[in-house]
Design a protein around this ligand. Structure first.
Ligand SMILES: Cc1cc2nc3c(=O)[nH]c(=O)nc-3n(C[C@H](O)[C@H](O)[C@H](O)COP(=O)(O)O)c2cc1C
Length: 327
């Protein structure tokens, strides 16, 4: 019987278990990935990075998006774009930055991305999608995986068809499959039966399942029902890296408040190091509600933290939370 704690292989890399941190735009930077690895994720994927941005990017863009911590390997950097030549160049830059794998985004439903011909719009342009995957492989020399959806619109299976072509014609090393169609965005039940079918069809090529894995039970059930090589935690892991630890049997139960507070302090420290104190204060505001949820705070109890305008104010709010809650 397969277990989430079993190791698996992707293009010669041994991944220590079946849990993957999903790509999360505006979130999946090096310290969020490092946190997931600390708590037990076997593989981590970056937020999506523009291939054009890398090709023409300034020093700071490159430094921030391609920053990789020595302890987060194995790590995949996710690229998006529609132009094979830009993809080739960007993939080379990613390889130089020290990534272990490249993941290509062919599932993002956001209009701004799709109207450039990138993300989920590639589901309707399979020839271009294959050319992009080939260019990324050639430009980097790294194994390339592709994350995609079941299709653009309800009832479509273009994503599964494209996955098979990418394996056959571009030798992609794995498929991240989010079996919701793009028009669903992130709502609705993922089609696990379609995922199970794709797993069967791709044989030895690993399918990493994404979508709706918001609880430990759902992640485990989807892993078992689909036969996927691994599962990707996305929204279910925000402010809750303990989910990784529980699913690989390294933790039991809910973390005590003091532990959650210390973890958020760890995040604040890393973010200040990454972006500087001022930018960190703005950037982290989206993180605080996630940790407030994990702490189980009421609206009144969380106010000071979620409205903290600076990291100093957030630290003060946390001091206030740690003592009464940890008692
Ligand atoms: C805020 C946010 C950002 C995301 N960014 C990316 C991204 O950069 N690349 C990508 O392939 N998917 C991205 N996704 C999709 C997730 O990786 C995942 O497939 C999706 O959230 C479904 O999983 P869930 O229902 O368990 O959250 C994003 C999702 C969210 C909610």
């Amino acid at each position: 019987m397969r277990a989430l704690t079993d190791p698996w292989q992707i293009a010669g890399h041994t991944i220590e278990n079946r849990l993957v941190l999903a790509p999360l735009a505006g979130i999946g930077n090096w310290f969020v990935r490092l946190q997931a690895r600390r708590y037990g994720a076997g593989l981590v994927v970056s937020e999506m990075v523009s291939s054009f941005g890398l090709k023409y990017g300034d020093e700071r863009t490159l430094r921030e998006f391609l920053r990789i911590h020595p302890d987060e390997h194995p790590v995949a950097i996710q690229l998006f774009g529609h132009d094979p030549e830009a993809m080739r160049a960007a993939a080379g830059i990613v390889a130089e930055a020290g990534a272990d794998l490249i993941d290509l985004n062919m599932g993002c439903p956001v209009r701004k991305v799709c109207k450039t011909g990138a993300g989920a719009s590639l589901l309707d342009e399979p020839d271009r999608a294959v050319a992009l995957a080939r260019a990324a492989t050639e430009g980097s020399g790294l194994p390339v995986t592709v994350k995609l959806r079941s299709g653009q619109r309800p009832g479509e299976r273009t994503g599964a068809d494209l996955a098979r072509r990418l394996v056959a014609e571009a030798s992609v090393a794995g498929i991240g499959f989010h079996p919701r169609h793009a028009s669903q965005q992130h709502k609705g039940e993922p089609d696990v039966a379609l995922a199970a079918e794709l797993v069967e069809q791709l044989g030895d090529v690993p399918v990493i399942l994404s979508g709706g894995l918001s609880s430990d039970e759902r992640a485990l059930a989807a892993f078992e029902r689909t036969g996927a090589a691994a599962v990707m935690l996305a929204r279910g892991s925000l402010g809750n890296p303990w989910r990784f630890a529980r699913l690989v049997d390294r933790y039991a139960g809910e973390p005590p408040a003091g532990e959650v507070v210390r973890e958020l302090e760890w995040v604040i420290d890393r973010c200040e190091d990454h972006l500087g104190i001022e930018r960190a204060g703005r950037y982290l505001r989206k993180f605080y509600p996630w940790y407030a949820d994990t702490l189980g705070l009421s609206k009144a109890e969380r106010r000071e933290l979620v409205e903290a305008p600076t990291t100093a104010a957030a630290r003060r709010a946390l001091e206030g939370l740690a003592s009464p809650l940890a008692a």
